[in-house]
Design a protein around this ligand. Structure first.
Ligand code: HMG
Ligand code: MG
Length: 298
């Protein structure tokens, strides 16, 4: 049976904007997040407290985060290490995310260390965050395929997922970072994770739409009992390590499918579309979302 309600974890301002060539001014980011909240998204990943040289697009985190007070929504932020966590806590962040990799190649490329060394880096971060009563999400990248290593065996994903849960992560987000997964793989991975004792209620999915499979993969995950889905308004972003420039699953496309299935999200699709059109104008290129086109085009 499908879930009655899905919690959308909006990642446009973070995963979307981190992959844009243009650095978006802090005023525009602020308005973007305000508009996403006004459209009914109750979880909006705001930014990352990472090294500014690694992700210059999000180097303004200290300026941005304090502008978001009073929105009444959850505003998770990415923190790779204790330095990042301290920066986030100092500004009052109440939800943070660490980001692990299922593959060695991506751990090196993204975090400058091995899979296990990255997990060692996260352990004190999760401990300290939990000690402060802060919620922790654990991202897991390259769960299905990796640009350097090829297909990823579910055993690797299970091992790192187990480590993140044992560390204290409240929720995991399974990332198809380069968007190569197909629905059969999604079903198989979720079955492997549940067989390993990881409750499906703690799992979210994070699909990229490189091969147009993101919605099909989402439906496969919903059929396995997943009820947290990551998406990016307007399908913003991409992955610097994927050949194609297509971004995350577009939030509008997701909402359209869920609405048709009678699954509640609390999102006002019209408001969301006009936000994505507005953002696309700021970025100087149209939104790749089919739903945005269908609802706002000529
Ligand atoms: P490193 O170079 O190994 O770090 O990078 P280090 O610990 O050796 O420190 C080097 C310098 O960085 C030092 O400064 C530190 O103070 C500074 P120096 O002494 O040279 O002046 N530093 C920091 N500065 C600010 N904030 C910090 C911080 N930490 C260290 N938090 C590090 C290691 C993890 C920092 C680096 O690799 C990094 O920042 N990586 C971030 C990469 C990133 O953000 N990637 C995108 C997010 S993941 C993703 O998008 C996938 C996802 O969407 C899911 C999916 O689709 O799969 C989540
Ligand atoms: Mg991503």
């Amino acid at each position: 049976a499908l879930p009655k309600r899905v919690r959308i974890h909006e990642v446009g301002p973070r995963d979307g904007l981190q992959n844009e060539k243009t650095v978006v001014p802090v005023e525009v980011k602020t308005e973007f997040i305000q508009r996403l909240a006004a459209a009914g998204l109750d979880t909006v990943e705001a930014t990352s407290f990472v090294h500014p040289k690694w992700v210059p697009q999000l180097a303004d985190a200290e300026e941005l985060f304090p502008r978001l007070g009073g929105l009444g929504v959850r505003l998770p932020v990415l923190v790779p290490n204790l330095r990042g966590l301290e920066r986030a806590l100092a500004l009052g962040a109440r939800q943070v995310a660490v980001f692990a990799s299922a593959t060695e190649a991506f751990a090196e490329a993204n975090l400058n260390r091995s899979v296990d060394a990255a997990l060692e880096m996260f352990a004190p971060v999760v401990r300290r965050a939990k000690g402060e009563g802060v919620e922790v999400r654990g991202y897991l990248s390259m769960c299905f395929g990796d640009p350097w290593e090829g297909p990823v065996a579910p055993e690797h994903v299970v091992r790192v997922s187990r480590a993140l849960v044992d560390m204290g992560c409240d929720e995991l987000s399974l990332g198809d970072t380069i968007g190569v997964a197909t629905p059969g793989q999604v079903t198989a991975l979720l079955e492997a994770l549940t067989a390993a004792g990881i409750p499906v209620g703690r799992l979210g999915v994070h699909f990229h739409d490189t091969y147009g499979q993101a919605l099909a993969n989402t439906l496969a995950a919903l059929q396995q009992g997943v009820s947290t889905v990551d998406a990016s308004a307007g399908g913003l972003g991409g992955c610097p390590y994927a050949k194609s420039a297509t971004g995350n699953l577009a939030t509008e496309d997701l909402v359209w499918m869920l609405r048709g299935l009678g699954i509640e999200t609390g999102v006002d699709l019209r408001k969301l579309c006009s936000t994505s059109v507005w953002m696309a104008e700021r970025l100087g290129r149209p939104s790749p979302s089919r739903t945005v086109h269908a609802l706002t085009g000529p």
